[in-house]
Write a protein that binds this ligand. Structure first.
Ligand SMILES: Cc1ncc(C[n+]2csc(CCOP(=O)(O)OP(=O)(O)O)c2C)c(N)n1
Ligand SMILES: [Mg+2]
Length: 614
């Protein structure tokens, strides 16, 4: 086949100078790793070259992956055709961490990264992490493979066990869209569509399954060029003028308005506008640890502290007293009302595009809430329109006192002590909490910037914490923000091999383990069942405790090239260890601190989990 300039065959703007283009400063260190020897090819010769170029057209910097023969064609194209650059491969030790890394990256950037997973088996490993990203409404493009679909081309045994009909069915319930294209041109179209759909609100994962035969086939003829940007138009949503007017009227006349600050963007401007709206309305504001920071938690209008599985008592009181409630894509309006006692008299304004995503498989859409005015758009689009419709406020006093300073109780080392010492050690540095443990107390760490906290794992799939944190740290690399994760020991152990990827690609990150040596959440469930059945509550630990032997978590970090500290078992030791670990991260390391904490959740969380009836 004649050699042609890169991109000519497939019509995507890729040329030789692209390969040499300097990456952003923050990525330069990563780009210098895993450099392939020059392959000397500059023309798209195979089906997978077309797919690889479509991936580059999505302007995705990284593709997290675990390898496999089903996509060996694509793998070769990424290395030897695109030169392992844009996207650059991030090798992961497990598909679950590959997808979790893409998830964490999207939490910071709002944009899709790519992940590649091998045939049916790699996809099976990836499923929980895909579900987490889906529930968290985070975009990503997942590439998979199967086949050869043409049975005559299959190698005996292995290609047969790794070929499945309708492989996308494994993830269709929790992806926005999937496809199995049948030609290189169709693969290009599928990848462009996957990127466009994933990145358009409501965002979520998409899956493109590439036939191994298609990838490896020689291009018989050039694929007609297209202007790829025209196939990925920006999508903006806007509410009707009528709905904005109706919402502003309700809110403007409200005596006790409440804002539920839910799934919003990481934009600083939008953050400032939410504050302006709350102050304009003198509204109490609720936030929730399940989703990223949405409003300053120590603002005088913030009701109590951020909720976890249920709103705090102050938040529930505010809801019961409210006459108008504005939900900015709150994760679970109906469930929150139920926790607050059910009979919420207030008129409800809902701002969301989430209903466009709901399907018959996953119930993550939650209960159907009562809504009086619906704004079919993202919160960032609604807030400025509401501010404009409301006009300037009559002079009114905005409360000034924020929540009281946080002081952990008792001498035994608890998660509260961990949080307090960690926050003091971080000091005035800008930091992002990329993950928190289930035992986290929302009172212990105020959020004052949209990147201060990145929310939960989305789908309640334990094991996501380490990978999500590595992906977030990747996106934060070079930003001047210190990425800090607090993981339960169960969560850490399930996702621990994500650390190697961070160590290898020099992604600085601090992980602190709230190590209660137990899958403690389920001790509370067993306690609840024992109480309901009048059986011995003291047996709640059986089948839950992770001890005898205790696991050396710091050693698991060291084994993968991270720095390991601990176990720390005394409150007085925390400050010095955290200072050392932060210094290590600032010097570019991945640092893990094992902190032995007393088992226990906040009183509010324990009460919800152990009470009868719901
Ligand atoms: C994949 C998966 N397996 C099991 C569970 C059930 N589960 C929920 S919380 C939890 C315990 C998590 O332990 P850890 O991270 O140590 O947090 P702790 O409850 O001890 O604070 C488990 C097993 C789950 N949610 N996801
Ligand atoms: Mg635990």
């Amino acid at each position: 086949m004649p050699r042609r300039p890169v991109g000519e065959l497939v019509g995507i703007t890729v040329n030789e100078s692209d390969r040499a283009a300097a990456p952003p400063a923050s990525d330069a260190e990563i780009s210098s790793l895993d450099r392939p020897a020059p392959a000397g090819v500059n023309a798209a010769g195979f089906g997978s070259d077309v797919a690889a170029e479509a991936l580059r057209a999505l302007d995705i910097p990284y593709i997290a992956l675990n390898p496999g023969a089903s996509y060996r064609g694509l793998h070769d194209s990424l290395v030897n055709y695109l030169g392992n650059s844009r996207p650059q491969m991030l090798l992961c030790l497990h598909e679950e961490s590959a997808v979790a890394i893409a998830h964490g990256y999207a939490k910071v950037t709002g944009k899709a990264m790519a992940a590649a997973v091998h045939s049916n088996v790699g996809l099976m490993h990836a499923t929980m992490a895909i579900f987490n990203a889906w529930c968290d409404r985070m975009p990503m493009v997942i590439l998979g493979a199967t086949g050869p679909v043409d049975a005559a081309k299959r190698r005996p045994w292995i290609d047969w066990i790794h070929t499945a009909r309708d492989q996308g069915a494994l993830v269709r319930g929790y992806t926005k869209w999937d496809d199995q294209p049948a030609s290189p041109a169709a693969a290009r179209e599928a990848i462009l569509r996957a990127g466009w759909i994933a990145n358009s609100a409501p965002r979520g994962p998409t899956y493109v399954n590439l036939d191994a035969g298609l990838q490896e086939e020689t291009l018989a003829e050039p694929v007609a060029p297209i202007d790829t940007q025209r196939y990925m138009p920006a999508v903006a949503s806007a509410p009707s003028a009528q709905s904005v007017k109706a919402a502003a009227e309700l809110l403007g006349n409200a005596k006790q308005p409440v804002i539920l600050a839910g799934r919003v963007s990481r934009s600083e401007a939008a953050w400032a506008q939410r504050i302006a709206l709350a102050e304009r309305l003198n509204a109490r504001v609720l936030t929730d640890l399940k989703v990223p920071a949405a409003f300053p938690t120590d603002h005088a209008l913030h009701a109590g502290v951020p909720g976890t599985i249920a709103p705090t008592s102050q938040a529930a009181d505010a809801l019961r007293r409210a006459d108008v409630i504005l939900s900015l894509d709150w994760l679970d309006v109906a469930g929150t009302f139920k926790h607050a006692g059910g009979a919420i008299a207030a008129k409800v304004v809902q701002v969301s595009v989430d209903h466009h995503l709901h399907n018959g498989w996953s119930m993550d859409y939650q209960g159907l809430p009562p809504v009086d005015v619906f704004l079919d758009c993202e919160p960032d689009a609604a807030v400025p329109l509401l501010l404009a419709a409301l006009g300037p406020a009559k002079p009114h006093a905005v409360p000034t006192a924020g929540p009281e300073a946080f002081t952990p109780a008792g001498d035994k080392l608890t998660v509260d002590h961990l949080a307090d010492a960690l926050r003091r050690a971080v000091g005035e540095r800008p930091a992002s909490l990329t993950h928190v443990s289930l035992s986290w107390n929302g009172a212990s760490w105020p959020f004052r910037h949209p990147l201060d906290y990145l929310g939960g794992d989305g789908g309640g799939g334990v094991g996501g914490g380490p990978g999500i944190s590595v992906g977030a740290a990747l996106a934060l690399k070079g930003s001047g923000r210190l990425p800090v994760a607090v993981c339960g020991d169960g969560d850490f152990l399930m996702g621990v091999t994500a650390l190697w990827t961070a160590a290898h690609y020099k992604i600085p990150l601090l992980i602190v383990i709230a190590n209660n040596r137990s899958f403690f959440n389920d001790e509370l469930h067993q306690e609840r069942v024992a109480r309901m059945r009048h059986r011995p509550v003291e047996n709640r630990w059986v089948g839950q405790r992770i001890s005898e032997p205790d696991i050396d978590l710091a050693a698991m970090a060291r084994a993968q090239g991270a720095q390991g500290f601990g176990p720390v078992a005394a409150v007085g030791e925390l400050a010095a260890v955290f200072a050392k670990a932060i210094a290590a991260v600032e010097a570019g390391a991945v640092a893990v601190v094992d902190v032995r904490v007393e088992p226990g959740y906040t009183a509010a969380m324990s009460a919800v989990m152990t009470r009868k009836g719901d």
